[in-house]
Design a protein around this ligand. Structure first.
Ligand code: AQP
Length: 331
């Protein structure tokens, strides 16, 4: 029997952070043997915000290198850049025409990101969930492993798939399910624990990048915002900042948060920060070193991307041809 498919991607808007790793990539690793996996860098999505061309290209290499360094095996999974498979942009346009203004306006991420843009909000920021729906539906995946923040976009994708299928009374698209891990699904900003950790946050002190040095990791964790308390009591009584540190410890140690709370109960915030910094350095440093080594091997990475794009394009073209035929576009 053919394997079920899984698809996901990350924007190369900067170097990846531990939210991308714990909320997304680590779940991908558990799926690479069981599913036909398609993992990409969604470089077209990155254009929704203004990008420096050199930095964008470097972030694409860094991202793919991070995927490999984390343990994805390019022989088992298909790794590619979104822009290398033109069917994404083509189906993206079709699905834009199937989407309603009201449903796109409701997207929390659009509200959050457009609020930071001043007056000239790019149209791409508004329509990007349609392109994301196309990214997904082309591969008819069963699961889309994402962090908690992307659940709303997956819901829109499901609605678009059902709308299309119902309108033509045909099962062209499979309706995908979000896969959100139990731990690490929502890593919060270390300086502003009310907001999720983000690659493009204005204050980089709140984001733990996978490229951060041991010293930077330690400093960022030690200066993380908590509250005016001193001692850890229970998770339920913890402030958002303290909860985030307890959750991060649990995610890195791969244990339940309750276990972490029990371990640190009665100890000071400072003790937790020191322990978390040591654990984070132990987990991030090998990933960083391997990512940096692979990032420099441009020829090797290009080979993987080219092979991945060919495999992905074969699948994507077949779905797009069915869509075009269904809606009446001549082949
Ligand atoms: N803070 C987070 N905690 C857990 N998971 C997260 N993800 C992102 N931030 C967190 C998950 O990582 C995957 C890739 O996300 P993305 O790069 O496509 O877009 P994003 O969600 O907008 O991520 P960023 O880091 O905030 O990027 P920018 O700053 O460029 O917008 C997704 O599965 C996401 O859920």
């Amino acid at each position: 029997m053919a394997k079920k498919s899984v698809l996901s991607g990350i924007q190369p808007t900067n170097q990846l952070h531990i939210g991308n790793y714990l909320g997304a990539i680590r779940n991908w690793l558990t799926m690479q043997d069981e599913y036909a996996c398609y993992f990409m860098m969604v470089d077209l999505h990155a254009l929704t915000l203004q990008q420096d061309p050199k930095a964008l290209a470097a972030s694409c290499y860094f991202g793919i290198a991070s995927y490999l360094a984390a343990g994805l095996d390019a022989k088992k999974v298909t790794l590619f850049l979104q822009s290398h498979v033109p069917a994404h942009a083509e189906l993206g346009w079709v699905l834009t025409c199937f989407s309603y203004m009201g449903e796109l306006k409701r997207m929390t991420q659009f509200k959050d990101k457009s609020a930071k843009q001043g007056e000239n909000i790019g149209v791409g920021l508004y329509t990007y969930p349609c392109l994301m729906a196309a990214d997904i539906l082309l591969y008819r995946p069963h699961y889309v492993p994402v962090g908690d923040d992307q659940k709303q976009h997956i819901e829109l994708t499901r609605n678009l798939a059902e709308r299309f299928n119902n309108r033509y009374a045909k099962n062209i698209f499979s309706v995908p399910h979000p896969f959100v891990g139990k731990v690490g699904a929502r890593v919060m900003d270390l300086q502003n624990p009310g907001a999720k950790m983000s690659k493009s946050a204005l204050n980089s002190k709140g984001t733990l990048f996978l490229s951060d040095s041991d010293k930077q990791i330690t400093q960022k964790i030690k200066s993380a915002v908590t509250d005016s308390g001193r001692e850890i009591t229970s998770y339920g009584e913890a402030s958002q900042g303290l909860m985030n540190l307890l959750d991060l410890y649990a995610a890195f140690a791969e244990v339940e948060t309750a276990e972490v709370c029990a371990e640190f109960s009665g100890k000071t915030y400072g003790v937790l920060k020191v322990a978390l910094a040591e654990l984070a350095v132990a987990k991030i440093a090998p990933l960083r070193e391997e990512t940096l080594r692979l990032s420099a091997e441009r020829g090797y990475l290009r080979g993987i991307l080219q092979e991945g794009a060919e495999r992905a394009a074969g699948v994507a073209r077949r779905t797009l041809a069915e869509v075009y035929e269904t809606i009446g576009l001549l082949s």
